[in-house]
Design a protein around this ligand. Structure first.
Ligand code: ARG
Length: 457
């Protein structure tokens, strides 16, 4: 491509460090879309003839077919996807191929291709996040009234419902979708036409190529257009937060599916056995979702480190932007599919959940609140009295609701039989009917509204 100035080809090591076709071949579809938009614009502005334009478009169509059918010769000798496509175009249509690169550089070309690729990845991943949310909303509706212990410090705190717990993740994933949508809106501007870095002397129509590629508008500064990769960093940042959220859900699944908890059982399709311990049902997929978080965060740190302190405009360092993004998108997609499958398939054990909720004195707060309301006790005193009641129950080896009235009155004589109404875990969750609270009615309504929002029948 630059033979004019060079007497010798590159050293083997030079070629090895420079070559990117092994990974940027994933930009093939976007590269052809970008070239088609560019050539149509060159024709519309009179920069190339209609005949050359149609030859180029025909050749690009052939290349697209070759790629789709796995027949395209990706060749290391042509370094990257842009030069592979152009070289193949020359083989297919001859001389006219040389006119495609008029008013364009690989710098605006790669920036365009990569934006298009990340945009597609965002759309696919956001769609998958929606599927995971739908699976969680379904489980939430089915188990809106299933009482389980809610935890703080991983210690039994207050009863909540399983549906409420599922919907907490739905809220988190909705914000992830929002972050992806924000990133998409910001990235959706066209760098094409910025050329190498300074713009071009040809009278191109950047609005036309921007519109053809579905961009909202052309970028306003040619240096920025070829130098910036914040769109990819933002995708990785949003993806990293998504990965963190997925890993937290995965961790819950790991814990819930232990024999000790037994809150959920993963399906055979999403469990693995042990080669030595026949009783094992391992949650490998959940553990891997948890573990793969590091790859996504690593990709974000990696790209930020590549971009840090790079002078404007393009530098070849930026060729290092792609692999991390591709890998992170693949990882996010795989983890989303695995989590969605696990959640959809898992069976929930409300009896085990209820037993656990009833075991950890989880209604102690309800008892304290009752003392405040019924006996007009200051909360601090109620807290203290409840603490002594918990101690009594603990010594007897029973839950609060299993203490006799006499045993309670030994601690606080004014307690009456009505106290038992608030000591059940069901009464506890039903009473949490404030906005955002865990009451089954709230949860049912929220789950239904998520299912509507997500378009579920
Ligand atoms: N393969 C290159 C990349 O991904 C394309 C841009 C090359 N531009 C250049 N001036 N050498 O960054």
């Amino acid at each position: 491509m630059w033979g004019g100035r060079f007497a010798a080809g590159p050293d083997e090591v030079m070629a090895a460090i420079n070559v990117s076709i092994g990974f940027d071949r994933r930009l093939a579809k976007q590269d052809i879309e970008g070239s088609l938009a560019h050539v149509r614009m060159l024709e519309a502005t009179g920069l190339i003839s209609a005949a050359d334009s149609s030859a180029i478009q025909g050749g690009l169509d052939t290349i697209a077919t070759e790629i789709r059918e796995g027949r395209f010769p990706f060749r290391e000798a042509y370094e990257d996807i842009h030069m592979n496509v152009e070289a193949r175009l020359a083989e297919l249509i001859g001389q006219a191929a040389g006119r495609l690169h008029t008013a364009r550089s690989r710098n605006d070309q790669v920036a365009t291709d990569f934006r298009l690729w990340v945009r597609d990845a965002i759309d696919a991943i956001a769609g998958q996040v929606g599927e995971l949310m739908a699976a969680l909303a379904d489980k939430a509706l089915a188990h809106a009234g299933a009482v389980m212990p809610g935890f703080t410090h991983m210690q039994s705190a207050q009863p909540v419902t399983f549906g409420h717990h599922c919907l907490a993740f739905v809220e988190m994933f909705e914000r992830d979708r929002g972050r992806l949508a924000d990133a998409r809106a910001r990235l959706n501007e066209s760098p094409l036409g910025a050329a190498a870095l300074a713009g071009t002397s040809f009278p191109i129509d950047r609005a036309m190529t921007a519109a053809a590629l579905g961009f909202a508008r052309p970028m306003r500064n040619s240096l920025d257009a070829v130098s910036s990769r914040d769109f990819a960093m933002e995708f990785l940042a949003a993806g990293s937060i998504l990965a963190v959220h997925m890993s937290r859900l995965a961790e819950e699944i790991v814990v819930w599916s232990t024999a000790q908890f037994g809150f959920v059982r993963l399906s055979d399709r999403f469990s693995t056995g042990s080669s030595i311990m026949p009783q094992k049902r391992n949650p490998d997929a959940a553990e891997l979702v948890r573990g793969k978080t590091g790859r996504v965060i690593g990709a974000m740190i990696g790209l930020m480190t590549v971009m840090k302190a790079l002078p404007l405009a393009y530098a070849k360092d930026m060729q290092e932007d792609k692999e991390a993004v591709f890998a992170a998108a693949d990882t996010l997609s795989l983890c989303l599919a695995a989590l969605t499958g696990m959640v959809t398939d898992m069976s929930v054990n409300p009896e085990r959940m209820k037993a656990a909720a009833s075991a950890g004195f989880a209604t102690a707060t309800d008892l304290a609140d009752w003392l405040v309301v019924q006996l007009q006790m200051p909360f601090r005193e109620a807290h203290h009295v409840t603490g002594r009641l918990v101690k009594a129950a603990e010594q007897k080896g029973v839950d609060l609701s299993a203490l006799s009235l006499a045993e309670m009155q030994a601690v606080e004589p004014r307690i009456g039989a009505a106290v038992f109404d608030v000591l059940s875990v069901e009464a506890s969750v039903a009473s949490r009917a404030s906005l955002g609270g865990t009451s089954p009615d709230n949860v049912r309504r929220e789950a239904q509204s998520w299912r509507d929002k997500l378009g579920l029948q």
